[in-house]
Ligand binder design. Structure first.
Ligand code: GRF
Length: 202
């Protein structure tokens, strides 16, 4: 399965995926990593693995639509069968989602549907929840609203600030994102409307 990644920043989730791939634990071929930020650390990480990178800085385009068209064309040319968002900090339009002919995955650092959108770890700390975590989901036309594939929990301690919680969640992200990609690549995921069924070996 040919996988492409879009990332905007640090790229630690991309790194986790690439590490498992290098260890032979991820049956996908990474065909490209794209970014809307020319200085994204994710690009350097991809280059270290010899993966093709492309940048699509928003300021180089007249509007979102022409930027997205360029991204979609590139994804098609490189043969994308699965698109993985890994800290891609630009909302994809409904038009993009409809035109993409492959599943799109995202990881969000909260237990959705709680705390969608920006700064979910800060939202969780301020709300006072005792448990948070992360969610891997299919992307639909809403904000962090697509069908949920996997979730994992972490405790929230009274003394936590948003950064401490973010660090605890990030560790778990690095396990469940590769796991979700592996399940998809191995054909272990069945979608029934909003419900995603994981077919575990019995
Ligand atoms: C992660 O917390 C991810 O859940 C969110 O953005 C952050 C990206 O981090 N969508 P990184 O760039 O993968 O290190």
């Amino acid at each position: 399965m040919k996988a492409a990644v879009l990332a905007s920043g640090r790229g630690s989730n991309l790194q986790a995926l690439l590490d498992e791939w290098q260890d032979g634990q991820l049956p996908v071929e990474f065909v490209g990593v794209g970014s809307n930020k020319i200085d994204a650390e994710a690009l350097t990480r991809a280059e270290r693995f010899g993966i093709q990178v492309r940048t699509f800085p928003r300021e180089s385009y007249a509007d979102n639509s022409s930027q997205e068209t360029d991204i979609l064309n590139w994804l098609e040319v490189i043969g994308t069968e699965l698109l993985i968002l890994a800290g891609y900090m630009q909302v994809l339009s409904s038009d993009f989602i409809r035109r993409a002919e492959y599943p799109i995955l995202n990881i969000h650092p909260s237990l959705l549907p709680s705390f969608p959108g920006l700064h979910p770890q800060k939202q969780a700390v301020e709300y006072g929840v005792k448990v948070s975590g992360c969610t891997v989901h299919f992307v639909d036309e809403g904000m962090d609203s697509g069908p949920i594939i996997l979730q994992e929990t972490v405790p929230v301690f009274a003394e936590d600030d948003a950064d401490q919680l973010a660090a605890r969640i990030l560790k778990v992200e690095h396990t469940i994102y590769p796991e979700a990609v592996r399940l998809i690549a191995n054909g272990k995921i069945k979608r029934e409307g909003r419900r995603v069924i994981v077919l575990r070996d019995s």
